[in-house]
Design a binder for this molecule. Sequence first.
Ligand code: BGC
Length: 773
Amino acid sequence: MPQPALNPHKQRAAELVARMSIEEQALLLSGDGPWRTHGIERLGIPPVVVSDGPHGLRKLEDSGALMNRSVPATCFPTASALSATWNTALTRELGAALGREAQAQKVDVLLGPGVNIKRSPLGGRNFEYFSEDPLLAGSIAAAYINGVQSEGVGTSLKHFAANSQEDARMTTDSVVDARTLNEIYLPAFEQAVRESQPWTVMSAYNLVNGTYASEHRALLDGVLRGQWGFDGLVVSDWGGINDRAKGVEAGNDLEMPGSGEHNRNKLIAAVREGRLAKEALARCATEVVALALRAAEARKANAQFDADAHHALARRIGGEAVVLLKNEGDVLPLPAGKKVALIGRFARTPRFQGAGSSMVNPIRITNAYDELAALLGEQQLSYAAAYDGEGDTTDAQIEEAVRTAAAADIAVVFAGLPDSYESEGWDRRNIAMPAGHVRLIEAVAAVQSKVVVVLLNGSAVEMPWAGKVKGIVEGWLGGQAGGGALADVLSGKVNPSGKLAETFPVALKDSPAHPYFPSHTRSAVYGEGVFVGYRHFDAREITPLFPFGFGLSYTRFAYTGIRAAAQFDASGDDSFTVEVSIKNVGPRVGQEVVQLYVHEEAPALPRPPQELRAFDKVTLEPGQEKTVRLTLRRRDFAYYDAQAQAWTVKPGRFEIRVGGSSRDLPLTLPLEVTNTRKVAKRLTLHSVPRELKELAGGAALYSEVLAALGFANADAPISDSQGTPDEVAAARKAQMSLLSFVDEMPLVKVPAFSQGRMTDARLEEILLRQSQG
Ligand code: BGC
């Protein structure tokens, strides 16, 4: 993987900032209105123009207003559709197209992608996020960012971090343990930073474990910049600043929208009064200037884009995003020469994007009716609207729909979620579709044996009617070309290859954070820990409606072989390659997403039964066989050891599982993983003697503690010859209970318990020596 480019203007920016007054520096740290930064003319520093995305440009016509109509732009499928393509090359193409549109509209930074993990199917912004799985989310995000930035336009990776709830989004404290944060909620950000260096990262509205994300030094300075090497600017979410000076100290460079003199004066006063280091101010100002210089250099004069080509790309992405969930008796693709009834308003007035800051003013909109008419001939089609914009229906509408469906050879019912059901700003209350849609599907299925349901929705829905229909097509919010994309798949012009990037539960009660999501107290406790998405369904052995990674094709694939070494040494930075053979054994050319999951046989901590660690999408002609190479690294076997604050691999047996869905993994391979790398544990006064034993050379220290407590040699093995069998058994039992007491006593208590035999000073010395060596 080539290293992504860093900002080459840092040095020059620092020089310019050194020539600025405190007032000028403070000016830079807050926006000039909602969509641009301040420039400083006397030093030749231009403003930077930012604009929402993420699935299309939302440049507002009047840059003074927060919410008004935006300039027409290509509306691509939303994030939940994009991630269902599992196609990073295609995602990069999308990014480049967005970059071209941004250049043409003189936008320097596109405010996306959003990479937050879907903790619950109720998440109001799930349509705008990629996945419940960090690897998939991180891979799509990195490809997107690399695409946009290849056109000289920056991105804003958002919302950092643990921002998975919309209700009370500005005040909720995400209470999440360190392991869960590191294993689930941070890795997509980390991968995107390491693989694509977004020009900016947007801090989230919420608090993380008691501290606002916008002023979270450990996250912004420690993790993002320190551990991952993030090289760009941190911007607040819009209105996400709490205490500006604290934000500056933490490394939050830019406040958006601008707060005029309000925070500027506070910052100036804080520096003057010595409450805020002037270096901190200068550091933030340097990032703003470096971004401005970078953006200015990357601007392309007279940039234009080809709206037709972008529409065609949107259609291609929409087609690849479609997930074929059910296709009993090969009811799809639609057979030639048959009469097709298109039922449901969405067939002509589709829902194609979500609401909130991502809402694009599309250049044009296509619908499935017109596009199918173009492909199949309009005389083949009939139509009944059946419901209104809210999904409500009347008896007369249902009767008309039933008549239309019965008169055709096959009925395609368009249903899903109306606009009011999902939006930025609030979470859903349930995963039901409107009652009118359900009633419609059931009524049509009662008179027509061939029913296909096409769903337009941004996130998972329940489908109590699923057993009554032959086909189910998940069309997502497919963007302005979504109608054409659906027509392509329904007609068979495109062979579906999308796979679910989120689990569809049978019922809400089966989902991971139920019933705690959304939290209606200030603290949102992430009580399900690492068991999010399929990790939860697998661990609890709950059968989902449709599992993570699932999606059918009009052809069939056979997983024919798997090869890899039987052992992997995870001590160093070596990688490990798995070769998978896959064959198209069906009648059509098609694409398959090869998914690799890792299972650990006897983990040190409760672990998800399997986790996605690699994937690739391949195209296969009928009869063609290919070998896919998937790479694993140390981290793919590791868990996050919260106490050691490090990724740890427990040596032992693992299993590699490969297939076309998380619940269909026909290829398995045992793997012995070795590891001699010792994690340097940081012991504290609140560590326990058991942990001393786990240190290299810790046995002597442990014995010293035992002796101080008056139990010298109490851990010596008791042999059978030390007494009668009953006496030995009793002695061993007593030993176990003594050691279980001693081993778990916090070290801080040892001096008192030893009545001074171990002094406080000696204890400090032991801890100091351990932390140094
Ligand atoms: C959203 C961001 C968005 C920003 C600017 C906020 O309310 O959370 O995702 O980029 O507004 O519109």
